[in-house]
Design a protein around this ligand. Structure first.
Ligand SMILES: [Zn+2]
Length: 132
């Protein structure tokens, strides 16, 4: 997946209230690709639903040490998931789950979020809980 357009990046930061979704800082923000970029990348431009606002440090950690946590909270999405809007996102600073819809987000209950996760991942989702 290639870089987002400026409009998509700005809308993503706006949706996420210009702070890192993971640690809450408001500096050094970056557009995180929720779906891993494949070998050789892709020509497809990401949408807001493909992206999340993370600081540079958390963005890097989400790919490595924080990976199970990032999957559990929907910050990362398995590559084979064709539609990233099927995976809800947890915003720990608001203690709320959201469904991403276009450039917006809609608050949902934790129960609804887990149902969405189960639909996509089945029991695998539970295996990431310990890391969250
Ligand atoms: Zn951060």
């Amino acid at each position: 997946m290639s870089k987002p357009t400026t409009a998509v990046r700005d809308s993503t930061y706006e949706r996420d209230m210009h702070r890192c979704v993971s640690c809450g800082v408001i500096v050094a923000l970056s557009f995180q690709h929720r779906r891993a970029v494949g070998n050789g990348g892709s020509k497809i431009r990401p949408t807001c639903e493909d992206g999340l606002t993370l600081c540079v440090l958390c963005n890097n950690r989400a790919e490595h040490v924080l990976q199970a946590r990032a999957l559990y909270f929907g910050w990362k999405v398995r590559r084979w998931v064709k539609d990233p809007s099927r995976v809800p996102v947890y915003y720990p600073h608001e203690f709320e789950w959201f469904r991403l819809v276009g450039t917006r987000r809609e608050r949902i209950t934790a129960g609804a979020a887990h149902e969405m996760m189960r639909d996509v991942y089945g029991d695998e989702h539970e295996t990431w809980r310990a890391a969250a």
